[in-house]
Structures are given as structure tokens and as C-alpha cells.
Design a protein around this ligand. Structure first.
Ligand code: GKE
Length: 343
């Protein structure tokens, strides 16, 4: 019997890559769902059942879970720090998606349910400038002090997944993603994360000949960034594992933003003058993934180097920027998007 897999958030960056990988594997039927119209999906496949529905609405969830064996919930209104800092209510409304999917999955007897949590669930005090070791292990989520808005929703939904498993028998798997990047993702408009934003700025400098770059904060902020292929591989391994508690899925290679800019300059073959924007969103001072648990449980961890992953990402974003410049279309460079619920 061929398995039917629902990918919620299939029009998004990670969802699109998951559909592509499952489609390439060719051993399951895929139902791809996203709230965005198809022409805004990062990756759309004509031979994949695709639906444009709002999974915050329970009837939409009831419709998409019919006949499904496994669910990957990658659906959320989200973005980089420039988005989540300014749209905390919108990020918390994401709880409706996971709640409705869990409820309806239980009703129809779905076998396995994957929830994409985030490194934003970790305690803020372990990520501030007083720290030196920013590698976060799974137990560092408690006592709870997650990112305001987005982090709280992710932590709450993690616990809802656990109780759905304990009380209802639905097998749930939860991974805390640490800042994924790669091609076919958001690279402008305000929701983009740092790797895509830096690639866009370096590409724009290279194309325009204006060899300068604006960096948010002072560039000493530290992060680890996970290449999308590792994200997909890790998600599949965790889904079919016996790991019933939330687990890190991220790279252990921590860099400063300044170091990432230097990598992008090396890839592009240019040197840029750097302007620092103190009033821009910076999030935590530092964060990285402690991979002890995933190594112990899966004998595997994300391993694509930032240099190699950024080289592939830069090549794709360069082409997007070139296309936009050719069409003379405006490239959103400022941070901050309009607040979704502002009156
Ligand atoms: N987005 C962006 N754009 N960030 C920049 C830029 C820029 O042009 N220049 C420097 N940065 C710095 C930010 O100030 C921040 O300190 C760091 O890069 C990373 O920003 P980010 O990638 O937007 O988001 P964060 O890692 O702070 O937070 C994200 O973490 C993810 C999980 O690891 C969240 O926004 C969620 O996307 C997610 O939870």
C-alpha cells in the first residue's frame, strides 16, 4: 500500500524542498497544501496534488487529512528576525494550524506527525552577550523563556504534540530547526533570514558595482546556519526514528555575521565596505546547535559547511537579483514588514 503524505506549508522554503525530495524518492503519494496562491509557491509541481487552503480553519484541515498516513507540519506565518520581532501576534496565531492538524489527524487515524519547532524556543538568558558558549542542548528550553511571540507558540505546540502522543497515541516527532538556508527560499521583502539577505546584498553590490553592504547590528552576532539538504535529510531521519522528545536539527558550525559576510565576499570575489545599522533587529547575541543528542540517537548530524552551502545559495540568489534588476523591479532592501494586524 503506497503511503499518502501531507506536507502542510508546501509552498514555503522548507516545505517546497521536502515535496521535491519526496517526489524524487517516488515511493509515496504527496498532498501539498499552503495558504499562498500557487504562483507564490517557491516550488510547485504539476504532478503533485496541490491545494491552496487556510489551515488555521478547522474545516480546511478536515479536508486535507482525509486518507493521509503521515503529516509534516511546516506551515507557519514566519520569517527572519526582521519579521518575527514586528509580528508577534501573527506568529502566535500559527498555533491554530498545529492544533487543528493534530485534532483532525487524531480523528482520521494518521500514523505519524512531524512538527517543525525552532531554536527560538530556547531560554533567552543562555543566548545573551554574557555567554561564551552558545551551543544549546535540548534541556536548555526549560525553565521556559523563549523568544516572545514566535518562540512561545513553538514551545506550546511542542507540548501539544507530546500530549497528543501520550493521550491519543498519535506518534509525533518534533525537531527544533536552527536557521535553515538554501535556494528556492525567501531572499527579499523583509521575511528573509540572514544568509539569504547577505547573499542578496552581496549579489546586488556585485551587479551594481556599488561595493558596500549594510549589516544589521554590529556584525558580532553569532549563529549557526543549516543547509536545506541537511534540514530535509534530518527531518526524514527524525520522523522515522524512535525519538519521541524534541531534538535539535541544526549545524554546530557557529560564525559571526561578519564572518558570514566575509565568506559571501570570497564566494562573490569582491570586497565590500561595511555599514552597520544599530537600529535594525538583532535578536539574540548568539545561538548554535549542540548536536550531542542527534549524534547519539542517529549517529548523524548536519554536515554541509557554511562555505559550501552559501556558495550554492549565492549562485541561485545572484540569478534572482539579476532577473529583478533586468526587470528594473524594486528589490525590498529595508527591514521590517507592515504589521499584519495593525489597525
Ligand atoms: N534577516 C537579516 N537581514 N538578518 C541580518 C541582516 C540582514 O540584512 N544583517 C545582519 N543580520 C543579523 C540579524 O540582526 C541577526 O542578529 C542575525 O543576522 C540572524 O538574523 P535572522 O537570520 O533574520 O534570524 P535569527 O537567527 O535571529 O532568528 C531566526 O531564528 C530561526 C531559528 O534559528 C527567527 O527569525 C526564525 O526564523 C527562526 O526561529
Amino acid at each position: 500500500m503506497v503511503k499518502k503524505i501531507l506536507v502542510a506549508g508546501a509552498g514555503g522554503f522548507i516545505g517546497g524542498h521536502l515535496v521535491a525530495r519526496l517526489r524524487e524518492r517516488g515511493d509515496c503519494e504527496i498532498r501539498a497544501v499552503d495558504i499562498k496562491p500557487f504562483d507564490q509557491w517557491h516550488q510547485y509541481f504539476d504532478d503533485v496534488e496541490s491545494l491552496c487552503l487556510d489551515l488555521r480553519e478547522r474545516p480546511c484541515c478536515e479536508k486535507v487529512v482525509v486518507g493521509v498516513d503521515e503529516i509534516y507540519n511546516l506551515a507557519a506565518d514566519m520569517g527572519g528576525i526582521g519579521f518575527i520581532e514586528g509580528n508577534k501576534f501573527a506568529c502566535m496565531v500559527n498555533v491554530l494550524i498545529n492544533t487543528n492538524l493534530l485534532l483532525t489527524a487524531n480523528e482520521v487515524g494518521v500514523e505519524r506527525f512531524f512538527f517543525s519547532s525552532s531554536a527560538c524556543v530556547y531560554r533567552g538568558d543562555l543566548q545573551n552577550s554574557d555567554q561564551t558558549n552558545f551551543a544549546l542542548k535540548e534541556s536548555d528550553a526549560y525553565p521556559a523563556d523563549p523568544e516572545d511571540g514566535y518562540g512561545w507558540e513553538k514551545l506550546f505546540s511542542e507540548r501539544m504534540c507530546r500530549h497528543a502522543m501520550e493521550d491519543c497515541g498519535l506518534i509525533t516527532r518534533v525537531a527544533r530547526f536552527h536557521n535553515s538556508y538554501g535556494s528556492h527560499g525567501t531572499w527579499s521583502g523583509g521575511r528573509e533570514k540572514a544568509p539569504a539577505a547577505i547573499c542578496r546584498k552581496v549579489a546586488f553590490a556585485s551587479i551594481s558595482g556599488n561595493h558596500s553592504i549594510e549589516i544589521w547590528g554590529d556584525g558580532t552576532q553569532k549563529r549557526s546556519f543549516m543547509y536545506i539538504d541537511d534540514n530535509i535529510e534530518g527531518m526524514l531521519r527524525i520522523m522515522y526514528s524512535d525519538i519521541s522528545e524534541p531534538i535539535n536539527l541544526g549545524s554546530a558550525e557557529m560564525v559571526t555575521i561578519n564572518e558570514m559576510v566575509s565568506i559571501a565576499e570570497d564566494i562573490a570575489g569582491i570586497k565590500l565596505s561595511r555599514r552597520y545599522r544599530a537600529d535594525a533587529p538583532i535578536g539574540v547575541a548568539g545561538r548554535s546547535s549542540d548536536n550531542s543528542m542527534i549524534l547519539e540517537r542517529l549517529n548523524w548530524e548536519p554536515s554541509t559547511s557554511l562555505y559550501d552551502g552559501l556558495a550554492k545559495t549565492y549562485e541561485w540568489i545572484y540569478d534572482q537579483v539579476l532577473g529583478s534588476v533586468a526587470k528594473n523591479s524594486r528589490i525590498e532592501t529595508a527591514y521590517g514588514v507592515s504589521r499584519l494586524y495593525a489597525k
